[in-house]
Design a protein around this ligand. Structure first.
Ligand code: BG6
Length: 476
């Protein structure tokens, strides 16, 4: 693929994502000397800002969201920034943009973090101004709200950019701990022989958040937890856990394996999903309002979803993948639990053994814990007793002194340097939507509506019943 970009063009440069993540990430990359000295960053948005005003905006964003010790020389970073006011619904503005950029587009990296309903017009404008020729484009989620709408967006992008120059973002793939999942599985010998239905009883994936709507009223109510979190982040985690070993750590090999998993997802059947919506309650000692109160009206949008998923292939035959995610849950935690099967025969009469578990903490704790059985020290006059003990690696201790990076640092750098491995390919997105659309159709057929749960609880009680029916408890 083409060389490193010398211009990064940010659409939605005054938006929330730019402020919280993109500008701080770029500043951190700059501070670490990871951006070529010549790289120029041009922001666009509807606001009528001068370069100087945009630099002030960027400075405020960096000061708010990037720790002081990571900022480096802010003045040099800010000097890279330029701004072109642009209303993407007015095609003639793109000519002025092209003129301001003034370079051949083949060293241009574009990042769209605007509302998705502006994607098509933006892409048409870029193409008309010859800014798509040779350029690569990064796209923020949501890419549609179902398979049909995601195809429409993908078709529109595909008319101006070939797939090898489209970088679909799932920011979970930019997280260090998510990438470490690939290292854990494929840089160690010991897990792979056990990583199958013969040895694994089930897998749990939890993405729990304590936040509520966070002012995203318009967007969230039209999306819900299934489309906002499961369609993308959780399915990517599932795919990384379940995929076959890729032959290389490169874009095609990894994505080829993930898409096979996504296509092997069995449609969720009746009784295999639970949805919920938070009511008022207390989260971490704070009294918080219910979803409908935050929204200002009644709604049937789910803020919690729990699913029992199956990957229909040889490796995972009969192994449930329990997924749950929700807002206003008791704590912020993203983790994957791999529950191994029990030993086939115990030689320790009367002593209880527990099956081994591997717990992979993605955030906020970045720990890998393998639960093993050990003998309790003693002379065993009453018989030997056993206890589960953790073999634990805290990644922050193992790699102390290593900077904790924002997921977007990795993704922006990969976009600038044209490495697609951690971006989502079209066939993956479409396999994800196919499965999600099936779930929504199932909800419709079942007449399923979200059950209320108190803020600060682990979702509605039906979510507990979903696993307990199978003799499984959620990890808490
Ligand atoms: C986003 C969702 O994609 O991910 C948000 O739209 C959610 O609703 C966020 O809060 C969670 O990301 P993280 O990195 O905080 O786990």
């Amino acid at each position: 693929m083409s060389a490193k970009a010398d211009t990064l063009l940010l659409f939605g440069a005054t938006g929330d994502l730019a402020q919280r993540m993109l500008l701080p990430s770029l500043c951190a990359l700059h501070a670490d000397g990871l951006l070529d000295p010549g790289l120029q960053i041009t922001g666009t948005a509807r606001a009528d800002l001068s370069d100087a005003a945009f630099r002030n905006f960027a400075r405020a964003a960096v000061e708010k969201y990037l720790p002081a010790q990571r900022r480096g020389s802010m003045a040099d970073f800010l000097n890279r920034l330029h701004f072109v006011p642009l209303d993407v619904t007015q095609q003639d503005g793109f000519g002025a943009l092209a003129k301001k950029i003034g370079r051949p587009a083949d060293r241009l990296a574009i990042f769209l973090s605007t509302a998705p309903d502006l994607f098509e017009q933006t892409i048409a404008g870029l193409a008309a101004a010859a800014l798509s020729e040779g350029a690569r484009i990064g796209l923020e989620k949501p890419l549609g709200h179902d398979l049909a709408s995601s195809r429409e967006i993908n078709d529109a992008v595909g008319r101006a950019f070939p797939e090898e120059r489209i970088f679909r973002i799932d920011h979970y793939l930019g997280k260090e701990t998510v990438q470490n999942l690939i290292a854990l599985r494929f840089a160690n010998l010991m897990f792979e022989p056990l990583w199958n239905a013969q040895h694994i009883d089930h897998v749990q994936i939890t993405v729990a958040e304590t936040v509520g709507l966070e002012g995203r009223v318009g967007f969230y109510d039209g999306a819900g937890a299934l489309r906002d979190m499961v369609q993308n982040h959780m399915l990517q985690l599932l795919a990384l856990v379940a995929m076959e070993p890729p032959t290389h750590f490169d874009a095609n090999s990894v994505r080829d394996e993930k898409v096979k998993v996504l296509r092997a997802l069995r449609p969720v059947g009746p009784g295999e999903s639970v949805t919920g919506q938070y009511r008022g309650g207390a989260v971490k000692g704070q009294i918080v309002a219910g979803y409908d109160e935050e929204l200002g009206r009644d709604s049937e949008t789910e803020t919690f979803v729990a699913l029992k998923a199956h990957v229909d292939n040889w490796r995972w035959k009969g192994v449930p993948f329990y997924l749950r995610t929700g807002k206003r849950l008791p704590e912020r935690v993203t983790e994957i639990l791999v529950q191994f099967r029990a030993i086939p025969h115990s030689i320790f009469d009367g002593a209880r053994t527990r099956a081994n578990r591997l717990l992979i903490g993605i955030q906020p704790q970045e720990n890998i814990t393998l639960s093993l059985m050990a003998k309790v020290p003693g002379l065993d006059r009453e018989g030997l007793s056993l206890r589960e003990v953790p073999l634990k690696i805290a990644m922050t201790d193992a790699f102390s002194g290593k900077e904790k990076r924002i997921a977007y640092e990795r993704l922006l750098l990969d976009l600038i340097e044209a490495n697609q491995t951690l971006f989502v390919r079209r066939d993956e997105v479409e396999a994800q939507w196919t499965w999600i659309d099936g779930i929504r159709a199932q909800w419709h057929a079942e007449g399923l509506t979200p059950k209320p749960y108190n803020s600060g609880a682990w979702g509605p009680s039906a979510a507990i019943a979903l696993t307990e029916r199978d003799g499984v408890s959620w990890h808490e």
